[in-house]
Design a protein. Structure first.
Length: 150
């Protein structure tokens, strides 16, 4: 199954702002949205702060993420969990660790999931990458999304 990711502009803006705010450290959290005929539509990138993040590591707190997910779904029942996201404080692609993480996570999910990486550079430059994984695939697929800042 080929799955593509569509990031809504508000999600890109939110991830970009959160990434810039945390720079030079990584930040990230959960991706919320829905599934639509072979697409993962990402409507919101919810930040789950990590006080121990560094320039190249980010660990999401599962308890805090679960609480934030419950709050968002309660407020907007049409959205749900569709994956993870984090920033890179440089214009670099998702790492091998990123791709392995999404593969591991995808094996536990009934639906395909996305990892959105917002790579930041300069004052306003950024690139958005998505890695998708599903139980039907033993490998993760990496795609660079076109963005106004790249």
């Amino acid at each position: 199954m080929i799955v593509r990711v569509r990031l809504l502009p508000a999600a890109v803006r939110g991830g970009h702002l959160a990434g810039r705010g945390a720079s030079p450290r990584e930040t990230g959290g959960i991706a919320l949205g829905w599934y639509d005929r072979g697409w993962i539509v990402v409507a919101d990138l919810v930040e789950v702060t990590d006080p121990n993040s560094t320039t190249n590591t980010f660990q999401r707190d599962p308890v805090k993420a679960s609480r934030l997910l419950s709050e968002r779904v309660q407020a907007s029942p049409d959205i749900g969990y569709v994956g993870e996201w984090h920033s890179h404080p440089a214009l670099v692609r998702p790492s091998l660790t990123d791709r392995q993480s999404i593969k591991r996570l995808a094996r536990t999910s009934l639906m395909p999931i996305a990892l959105v990486v917002i790579a930041l550079g300069g004052e306003s430059a950024y690139r958005t990458y998505c890695v998708t994984g599903s139980t039907a695939r033993s490998r993760a697929e990496l795609r660079r999304l076109k963005s106004a800042g790249s």
